[in-house]
Design a protein around this ligand. Structure first.
Ligand code: AMP
Ligand code: ZN
Length: 469
């Protein structure tokens, strides 16, 4: 399996630190609002990486944080007159709902920055002892960037270019730094802001130290994969490397993966530019499986332009797979012969070929666009060869392959079957009989079971009526 590593700018063979295991950290969102579909891109992409690794037999320890202390969260809390924690908790809950609807698996651990302050104080103290951190007059603690000789190795930037670039960006308070390249590890509190005690001043951590510490705590000093959107390469990930490697004295992450932007009119979708759609907005119009399909129809390192037409194309592509699986299920329900017939054995060998192609595409730096093409080939194969003259084992094998490969991409393509009218009437009859026998528990159970399948019962004077909801 090859992964493009931002560090070497090359595709490299994936070799885990510990055989059979993957330690992976993905920078999560800052929770002050509903997530937009730009934020959804890394969630979907790296969830697919994780699913593929699991399909390959790796045990994946997947850690993704929520940044729950930040200027924007504090600003919103002040506007609403509530504690910052109320805002972050609210949007963590909302984000988890969006993730579920996009079929993004919960991480093994979702740490919160505010629960990890102790670890941050420890790491900053270590950096201070090793000469990598210093306190300025107002209590701010900075990282002494020039002491970390490999600074710039991820973003492939030259220190002197950075120095020149940063000088023009000097803002108030920055003049207390020893060097314009130095960045904040700990900052003093401002009136009305959440704060923690520290050896330097009451205050709160800088953003970069949070991820270095959470990654260390849940995955150890050395990890396999560290990932996020490409806007995080510099300065966030560059600074994380400097902090972690300076403090731990070991290489931090072996593979650095970055997804390209989701754009609108070829401009990055972002809250600040105001050119965004939330996942919720899209969910009102489309099943979010279609959004997932849309994201995976491009390679994760290629920019992706969002448009109504592309979403419609994604909808018809996704539905083509769902319809094919529905047809195969229909065939299976109608009683097919139990033993393989004709050239089905040979055809099943052909089926394996599509799976090999799927794996080859994914092994090549997660080329989901090509992987989805092999699912389409499989669908075409199903539509050509599986029919009323087929055997049950053949049709089942074809269906299972389509479902399995789609599932590796996190795409749910097997829809729950709708209950037929006759089946509903039968269950209502059973419920009436249970009531007569005073078995109310069973009667309620049937009502709930029907409700779960979208059937609402109404007890009226004329008898039981039902409707689909
Ligand atoms: P943020 O909440 O801005 O820190 O972003 C959370 C994650 O979403 C990070 O990995 C960002 O790189 C990523 N991200 C934000 N906007 C976009 C976008 N338009 N396209 C792709 N990824 C994005
Ligand atoms: Zn991070």
């Amino acid at each position: 399996m090859k992964i493009y590593n931002t560090l070497s700018k090359k595709k490299e063979e994936f070799v885990p630190i510990e055989e059979g295991k993957v330690r992976m950290y993905v920078c999560g969102p800052t929770v002050y609002n509903l997530i937009h579909i730009g934020n959804a891109r890394p969630m979907i992409v790296f969830d697919t990486v994780r699913r593929y690794m699991e399909h390959k037999g790796y045990e994946v320890n997947y850690v993704s944080n929520f940044t729950d202390v930040d200027d924007k969260i504090i600003k919103k809390a002040i506007e609403e007159g509530v504690e910052a924690g109320v805002i972050s908790q609210r949007y963590i809950e909302e984000c988890k709902k969006d993730m579920e609807a996009m079929n993004v698996k919960p991480a093994t651990t979702h740490p919160l920055a505010t629960d990890e302050i102790g670890g941050m104080l420890e790491m900053i103290q270590t950096l201070e002892k090793k000469g990598y951190a210093y306190k300025a007059a107002d209590g701010t603690v900075y990282f002494r960037t020039r002491n970390f000789k490999e600074y710039g190795k991820l973003s492939h930037k030259n220190l002197d270019d950075l120095q020149g670039g940063n000088r023009s960006l000097l803002v108030s308070g920055e003049d207390q730094k020893e060097d314009s390249l130095d960045f904040v590890l700990w900052k003093p509190k401002k009136e009305g802001e959440p704060y923690w005690e520290s050896p330097w001043c009451n205050g709160r951590p800088g953003w970069h130290i949070e991820c270095s510490v959470m990654s260390k705590r849940y995955l150890g000093d050395e990890i396999d994969i560290h990932a996020g959107g490409e806007d995080l390469v510099f300065p966030h990930h560059e600074n994380e490397i400097a902090q972690s490697e300076a403090a731990n004295g070991k290489p931090f992450a072996r593979y650095w993966m970055h997804n390209a932007f989701l754009n609108i009119d070829n401009r990055k979708m972002s809250k600040s530019a105001g050119n965004f759609f939330t996942v919720r907005d899209i969910g009102e119009k489309y099943d979010l499986q279609i959004l997932r399909f849309f994201m995976l129809s491009a390679h994760y390192r290629s920019p992706l332009n969002f448009s109504g037409e592309l979403m419609e194309a994604a909808k018809s592509g996704y539905e083509r797979i769902v319809t094919s699986v529905g047809n195969l299920n229909y065939l299976l329900k109608n009683g097919l012969p139990d033993s393989m017939c004709g050239n089905e054995e040979a055809l099943l060998k052909e089926l394996e070929g599509f799976c090999v192609k799927f794996d080859e595409a994914m092994d090549d730096d997660f080329n989901t666009a090509d992987a989805i093409s092999s699912i389409f080939e499989l669908v075409k194969f199903a539509n050509t060869y599986a029919g009323e003259g087929s055997s049950a084992p053949f049709v089942r094998a074809v269906k299972e392959k389509i479902v399995e490969l789609s599932d590796i991409c996190g795409l749910k393509v097997e829809k729950e079957e709708e209950l037929l009218d006759g089946e509903i009437e039968k269950l209502i009859g059973e419920r009436q009989a249970a009531r007569k026998a005073k078995n109310f528990a069973r009667a309620d159970e049937i009502r709930d079971e029907l409700l779960n399948k979208g059937i609402l019962l109404e007890d009226t004077r004329e008898g039981v009526k039902w409707k689909r909801v």
